[in-house]
Structure formats: structure tokens, C-alpha cells
Design a protein around this ligand. Sequence first.
Ligand SMILES: Nc1ncnc2c1ncn2[C@@H]1O[C@H](COP(=O)(O)OP(=O)(O)OP(=O)(O)O)[C@@H](O)[C@H]1O
Ligand SMILES: [Mg+2]
Length: 598
Amino acid sequence: MSRALLRALRFMHSYRLTAALAVLAVLTAAAAGLVSPQILRLIIDRGIAERDMGFIAMGAGGLIAAAALGGVASFLQGFLSAKASHGVAFDMRNTIFDKLQRLSFSYHDRASTGQLITRVTSDVDLVREFVGGGLVQAVSAVLLLVGAVVLLLAMDVTLALVAFAVVPATLAVLLLFVRKLGPMFREFQARLATLNTVLQENVAGVRVVRAFAREDFEIDRYRVADTALLEQGMSVRRTVANAFPLLFGVGTFGVGVVTVVGAVRIIDGSITVGQLVAFTSYLFLLLQPLFIIGFGAQQIARASASAERLFEVLDAPIEVAEDPDATPLPESSGRVEFREVSLRYPGDTRETLAGVSFTVEPDTVVAIVGATGSGKTSLVNLVPRFYDATGGAVLIDDHDVRDVTLASLRSSIGVVMQDSVLFSGAVRENIAYGRPDATDEAIEAAARAAQAHDFITALPDGYATRVGERGIKLSGGQRQRIAIARALLIDPRILIMDDSTSSVDAETEAALRANLDELMAGRTVFVVAQRLSTVRRADLIVVLDDGRVVETGTHDELLATSCTYAEIAASQLAGADGEHIDVAGSCAADEEAGEADA
Ligand SMILES: Nc1ncnc2c1ncn2[C@@H]1O[C@H](COP(=O)(O)OP(=O)(O)OP(=O)(O)O)[C@@H](O)[C@H]1O
Ligand SMILES: [Mg+2]
């Protein structure tokens, strides 16, 4: 049994009483099983031999009673072990889900959804099957085995020794078999996960597939993954199928030898017929558990492979972890400082951000501008610690973000991400996601500020309209506005809006701005913006180029001094009412001067 599987058994701890009762039931069933051949022996050797009908009837009654006891005990064993194993699966699923909730963004960047879903569902279930079926069966098999060995020895030492010869042979076959199956089952689960990944991507990306008419390609891709799974399943079955005849062969050979030796001993008068009958019954009791263990062996191999996969998730390091001495972030003024910050994503060779330093004063708006891929999202993600800086520090009111508790940090920051995800549920619940106890008035106020109130009231059920997965479909701009309302509702000290008005039309954006001014008051706001109108009103503009801050200043300052900014303003920022920045004049001259210098 692998170490991972032994660790998985620790989940049994909370169900130890139930599990102990299940084992007790197994013991009872086993005892009932062991008693029957003895009764049978007595019936033959005494009842029949002495023609004592009363004794035979009593013996028959005993057989029925033993069978009934065995039946009740087996029923209880099934019920109790199911109870324990479903409990274990329930706890394992929840533990993994908890862990997934705490794993950092960087883990989720690397993990595929199909992999994670396979682990939480199929792998948990395979471990559960083992705990509920295989384990109890194995315990019962071992007990039966021990019981059979003791009884066989007690009945006839010579015959017993002949019979035991089959045990090492059987065990050797089993061991070989388990060794071989373990990696095969691991591969099977891995292929299942790949298949699920293809499935998940296709369900989520079905519109892209249609748009590019790639159905046949995707069908092929799925078929390939499915074929790989089928092949692996078949080769597992082949290995299992090859092992069983071998096991049966060893067992049957043993029975044959015992029968011959037994017959000789009956003839020479050392044992009675009844003894041989009882002995052969126990021989089946000896072989049966070996087969059970053989069958259980593949379950053990399978559950071990799955347990390893579960612990890969449970043991994954939490990269953005809370410091044990972290203190809650005090009521903050909202001053944010980037001090020589650099960021290198795990597994990346180059730095995405390097030497970033600037300070945002409380209650001001900072706009981050720069080409796509220049690191704007990466930069703002450091404030709520979605990732940790690999160099330097981000400070809020002189507290390093790594020294405060994650909950206090994140609850004082409202984030509107670049792509807004809504959960399936009512609009109201989505807006109140960060503050479930918010009043309807507060929710409506946030929606008004986010320019979402009007379209929400026009929805079929207003704020109760269901959105997300199986709800009504919202436009990109509508989703963004709900996401803005959601961020505003937690009344954050610091508000981060990553490109959050890009899907909103210019008119709505203007209305949004007018209202936001009010809601931005008393907050420090980071805005990654594409619109000149937004950027122009910022108190500070940070211009990023390939992960470095190339300029900081206000719109007017930068326009006067920075050609980079002037170019970005002219080429990347969308002007509202036909507004246009002209870079030709001074910057063209600047560039020429620069070239002359060089
Ligand atoms: N989670 C991540 N893991 C690894 N690399 C990343 C990750 N996120 C971004 N990057 C890389 O970091 C660089 C900066 O990306 P970032 O998303 O910060 O750019 P951006 O300025 O926000 O771009 P855009 O304007 O397109 O949103 C890119 O080269 C990108 O490939
Ligand atoms: Mg971005």
C-alpha cells in the first residue's frame, strides 16, 4: 500500500467509530463463516454416522442461525462502511476545495481545470471505493485467512502444510501484479484528466469553435484523447485478466493436491470423511480471501494512484501565504507606495516588472498606461497580493502588504478585473458578492454609481434576474458595470479598475465618470485606462514600457515633456469627442535631435 493511500486513510479518523463497528461486523460475519464447516463436520461425523436425527436437526438449525447471523453482519458491514467511506469522500472533497480556494493565482495559472475537476470527482471517488469496499474487504479477507490458517492447523497439521504451499505462490503473483498495475492506473487517471480538459475547454470555448468552424478539428482532438483513455483502460484490463487465471490455477492445484493427500489419509484411517469435508471447506476459506485480496489489489493500486494525485493538490505550496505574525491592516489613509518593485512570474526567465517606484497619495487617482503586455495588470495585481513582488515592496500607509492579513488587505481593496466573471445567481447577489449582508438601498446606490441601475431595472426581473451560467446573457459592457458596482459596494479604501470601462460606450463612460468622481472621493484609485478622458483627469500618470516606469506626471506635464507619453496618447488612448493629440511638432524634432546626439 502506498504512502499516499496510508495518508488518505487518515481521513477515516472522524469516522473511526463507524469504521470500528464495520470491522466488528466483518469479524462477526467471518466467525459465522468459520463456524459452519465445523457444524457440517459434526453433522457428518456424528449425526449421520450415529443416525441421530435430533442432532442433525439441531445442526441444521445451527447452520441456518450461522447463515442468518452472517447475513445480518454483512448487511451491517455494507451499511457502516458505506457510511464511513462517503463521509471520507465528503471530507476529502471539501478539504481539496478549501485548498483550491487558498492556492495562489500562480498555481491556478498553471493548473488545468480538467485536471482539478478530475481530482475532486473521479480520484476522490476511487479512494472512497477503496475505503468503503476494498479496505473492509481486505480486513475481512485477512481475518478469514488467519482464522482459516489456525483452524486448518488445528484440524490436521499435515494437510494444513500441504495447503499452505499455495499461499506464498499466490502472494508472489499478487505482488507482481500490484507493482505493475500502480503506474498503469496513474496513467489512466492522467489520460482521463486530459480528456476532461479537452471537454472543459470545448464547453467553455464552444463559441470560438463555431466561429472558426473548427468542429471537426475539436472532434478529432477529443477522439484522440478518448482513444488514448480507451487503450489504457484495455491494457489495464488485460493485465488484470492475465493475473486471474494464474491465481485460480495456483489455487485449484492446491485443492487437487489436498484432496489426493486427504483421500490417502482417510483410507489409512488417520482422518474421517467429515474432517476432509470440513477441511476442504476451510481450504476455500483460505483461497477466497486470497482472491479477494487479489481483486482488492487492483483497487489498492488504483486508489493509491488517485491518492497520490489528491495529495499533489493538497501539498502544493501556497505561494502567497499569510505571515503567521500578520496583523490586520489598520484603518488606512490609502497611500500606496511601490518601492523598487520587480516581478518575475514562476517559471519565467525574464522580469515582467523591474525597478518600479512611485507613490500614490491618498484620495488621488493614478492612471497606468502603456502598450499591451507592458505589465499594467501585473502591476496593479501586486496591491491586493494576487502575486507577490519578487523584489522590492508594495506598501500601504507604510505597511508592507506582506505583513498584514490577507482578509483585511483584500477587504479594503475593490478590484474590477480586466475580464469580469459573474457567478450564476441573481444580479443582486452578484453585486453583493463581497458584502452579502448589504441592504437593497446600498446595492442600488452602487449600481447607480456604476451606471448599471437603468439597464438592471429594464431586465425581466430587475435585480432578481438570474445571470451567469444558466441565466440571462449580459453584454460585455453590462457585465463590466455590474463588476464595478460589486467593487464599489464593499466601500473600499483603494479601488483598482483594470481596463474596466473598455467595453462601455463613450456616453456611458462619461456618465460613469461624472458619478464615479463622487464615489472615488475618499478613495485611492488605480485605473488602467484606454480612454484619454479618464487618463487626463488622473492626478498621476505612470507610463509603463516593457515592465519599467518610463515617465510619471500629470497629463499636461507629460504632454509638455515626454514624447513617449505623447505618442501613447496619440496612438493608444481613444479620445472621446473627436479629441486628438498631435505629436508631430516638438517630438518629431526631439527624435531628430536624439538621433543627432547619438
Ligand atoms: N499569470 C502570469 N503568468 C506568467 N506570465 C504572465 C502572467 N500574466 C502576465 N504575464 C506576462 O507578463 C507580461 C505583462 O502582462 P500584463 O498582463 O501585465 O500586461 P498588460 O499591460 O496588462 O497588457 P494588456 O494591456 O494587454 O492587458 C506579458 O508578457 C505576459 O505574458
Ligand atoms: Mg492587462
